[in-house]
Design a protein around this ligand. Structure first.
Ligand SMILES: [Cu+2]
Length: 519
C-alpha cells in the first residue's frame, strides 16, 4: 500500500514537528483541532475589478506533513467572491502557475465567451479579463478551473472558490448573514496523500471508473476542523467541491436542517430534512437551529456509490464540529422564501438527450470486483483484506496512456472533442431535456453551463422538494434519468460553446463532456 494511513502520518508528524519544521501555512489550531478556515470575502474594488491569481503554495493539512498546493490569492482554495445582482464586474484572472488553466464561473448565467470553459485557456503568466454582468437571483455559486483534460488535478491541488451573489429580495428575508459568524461556508473535499505528503492523483482504470477516492476529508482545506459560531440560527452554505465523492449529510445529534437554497438560489419555502445527499458540484444552503448553544458535528453517512465506502467512510464520519457558543446572532428561519416561477405547463417534447456513457467501466468494475469490493459492499461489513486490495488498485494501478484516458468515457456516443459544437440550442426558449446514462449504473452529477434549470422529474418521479428550485447539476445514478426544464438567456458561439458534462471530474477529464452553441 502506497498511501500512508492517517495514524502513520500523525506519528511521523510528531518527529517532523520536533525537528522544528513548522513554518509553513496551516489552519490555525485550538486544543489540537484545526479551526475552520473561513475564505475571505472579496468584493470588486472602486473600478469594479476583482483580481484573482492562481499560484503555487504549500500547506500543512496533517501534522508535520507539508503538501505542495495551488491556491487563488493564497496557498489553498480561493476567496469568496461577493457580487450583487445588477453589478458589472471585471475579473482579472492571472495564471501564476506553470501549467495551462481556465477559470469557470460555475452556476453563473453568462455568455459562452466569458464562461471560463475549456475554450478560455489562460497560459502561464498571462491574465484573462472577462466582464460579467450579474443578472440572476442570489445564490451560492463557485469557481474552478475547467481546462481539458486536467480539471481533476487542478482542483485536487486547490484551485476552487466560492462565488456569492446577493440581491435585495434575499436581503429582505433576514437570513443569518454574518460571514463566518452565523453564515458559514463549508467546502467539502476528499483527498489522499502520497508518502512524501503530496496529494495523490493518478489517472488509472479505477479513477476513470469511480473517480477520485480520497481517504481524508477536508472542510475549507482543514481536516476535521472546529467552527466557533454565533448562537442562534446558523446558515450553512454547503459546497460539494470533491472530484467524485457524494455525501449523505446529517447532523450528529439528529437535529433538522432546513434547506433554503439549492444551486441557483432560494427555494419557495424552507424544506425540513434530516439527511441531505450532496453530489459533486452541488450547493445547498441549510439553516440550523442552534439557539440551544449545544455543539454538533456535520457528519456524512455511507453512500450508495462505488468504492466510496472504504474507511473512514464505512460509518458515520464527522466532517466539522460546530460550537455555537458565541453571542446571539441575528437572523432566523422565514416561513416562506421567494416566488419561484411556476413550471411551464405547455413545455415542448424532449429536444435534447444527454446520455452519459462509460466505455471501460466493465474493465474497471472487473478489477474492483476481483478485489472483492462488490461482495464487501453487499455484506455492508468492512473487510481489511478487501480494503487493502482495493486501495492498492486505487494507488498502484498504472496510469493510462493519454489516448486511452481521453476515450474512456463519452456523452451521446462520443468522447469530448474540441471544436465539435455537438448540438445547437435556441436562445430564450423554454426547453425540455432528458439526461440519462448507459448501462453503467454509476453516479453522474450532470452540470450544464450557461443556465439555471428546474428538475421536472428524477427517475420518472417528481424531485424531492429541496431539489425543485434552481439547479445547475442534475444527479443521476443506477441507470436513472433526469428530465429538466431549461432556458438559455445568453449566446454561446462555436468558438466559445457551453459545456454539458459529468461533474465527476475524472469522468469529465476522460471524455464525459460535450459542447453546444446557443443562438
Ligand atoms: Cu460521471
Amino acid at each position: 500500500m502506497k498511501g500512508l494511513s492517517r495514524r502513520e502520518l500523525l506519528s511521523g508528524g510528531a518527529a517532523i514537528a520536533a525537528a522544528g519544521l513548522l513554518s509553513i501555512d496551516r489552519p490555525s489550531r485550538a486544543a489540537g483541532r484545526p479551526m475552520l478556515p473561513i475564505p475571505p470575502e472579496l468584493v470588486a474594488d472602486a473600478t469594479g475589478t476583482i483580481a484573482l491569481r492562481a499560484q503555487p503554495g504549500e500547506r500543512q493539512f496533517l501534522p508535520g506533513v507539508a503538501t505542495p498546493t495551488y491556491g487563488i490569492n493564497g496557498p489553498f482554495l480561493g476567496p469568496a467572491i461577493r457580487v450583487r445582482r445588477g453589478d458589472t464586474v471585471s475579473l482579472k484572472v492571472t495564471n501564476g502557475i506553470k501549467e495551462d488553466i481556465t477559470m469557470h464561473w460555475h452556476g453563473l448565467k453568462i455568455p459562452g465567451d466569458v464562461d471560463g470553459s475549456p475554450y478560455n485557456v489562460i497560459k502561464p503568466g498571462l491574465t484573462w479579463e472577462p466582464t460579467l454582468n450579474i443578472d440572476q437571483p442570489a445564490a451560492t455559486c463557485w469557481f474552478h478551473p475547467h481546462f481539458y483534460p486536467t480539471t481533476a488535478e487542478l482542483v485536487i491541488m486547490g484551485l476552487a472558490g466560492l462565488f456569492l451573489i446577493d440581491d435585495e429580495e434575499t436581503d429582505a428575508l433576514g437570513l443569518p448573514s454574518s460571514w463566518g459568524v452565523n453564515d458559514i461556508p463549508l467546502i467539502l473535499q476528499d483527498r489522499r496523500f502520497n508518502e512524501d505528503g503530496s496529494f495523490f492523483h493518478r489517472f488509472n482504470m479505477v479513477a476513470i471508473t469511480t473517480g477520485y477516492v480520497g481517504d481524508t476529508m477536508l472542510v475549507n482545506g482543514a481536516h476535521y476542523p472546529e467552527a466557533r459560531t454565533a448562537r442562534g440560527w446558523l446558515r450553512l452554505r454547503l459546497l460539494n467541491g470533491s472530484n467524485a465523492r457524494g455525501y449523505r449529510l446529517a447532523l450528529s445529534d439528529k437535529r433538522s436542517m432546513y434547506a433554503v437554497a439549492s444551486d441557483g438560489g432560494l427555494l419557495s419555502e424552507p424544506v425540513e430534512i434530516k439527511e441531505l445527499l450532496l453530489y459533486g458540484g452541488e450547493r445547498y444552503e441549510v439553516l440550523v437551529d442552534a439557539r440551544d448553544g449545544r455543539h454538533f458535528d456535520l457528519v456524512t453517512r455511507p453512500v450508495d456509490q462505488m468504492a466510496m465506502n472504504l474507511p473512514p467512510f464505512d460509518g458515520e464520519l464527522g466532517l466539522v464540529t460546530v460550537r455555537p457558543d458565541g453571542a446571539e446572532g441575528a437572523g432566523a428561519l422565514p416561513d416562506t422564501l421567494v416566488d419561484l416561477p411556476p413550471l411551464v405547463s405547455d413545455l415542448p417534447p424532449v429536444s435534447q438527450n444527454l446520455v452519459m456513457e462509460m466505455r471501460l467501466d466493465d474493465e474497471g468494475m472487473g478489477l474492483l470486483k476481483s478485489a472483492g469490493l462488490m461482495k464487501m459492499t453487499m455484506a455492508k461489513k468492512t473487510d481489511p483484506a478487501v480494503v487493502k486490495a482495493v486501495t492498492k488498485l486505487i494507488t498502484d494501478g498504472p496510469a493510462l496512456p493519454l489516448e486511452q484516458q481521453l476515450s474512456a468515457n463519452a456523452v451521446n456516443g462520443a468522447p469530448f472533442k474540441f471544436g465539435a459544437a455537438s448540438f445547437a440550442a435556441p436562445l430564450d426558449t423554454e426547453l425540455r431535456w432528458l439526461i440519462s446514462e448507459g448501462s453503467d449504473q454509476m453516479q453522474h452529477p450532470v452540470h450544464i453551463h450557461g443556465c439555471q434549470f428546474r428538475i421536472l422529474s428524477l427517475d420518472g418521479k417528481a424531485p424531492p422538494a429541496h431539489m425543485a428550485g434552481w439547479k445547475d447539476v442534475a444527479p443521476i445514478e443506477k441507470g436513472g434519468t433526469a428530465e429538466i426544464q431549461v432556458r438559455f438567456e445568453h449566446p454561446a458561439s462555436k468558438d466559445h460553446p457551453f459545456m454539458a458534462h459529468c461533474h465527476n471530474l475524472e469522468h469529465e477529464d476522460s471524455g464525459m463532456m460535450t459542447d453546444f452553441t446557443v443562438s
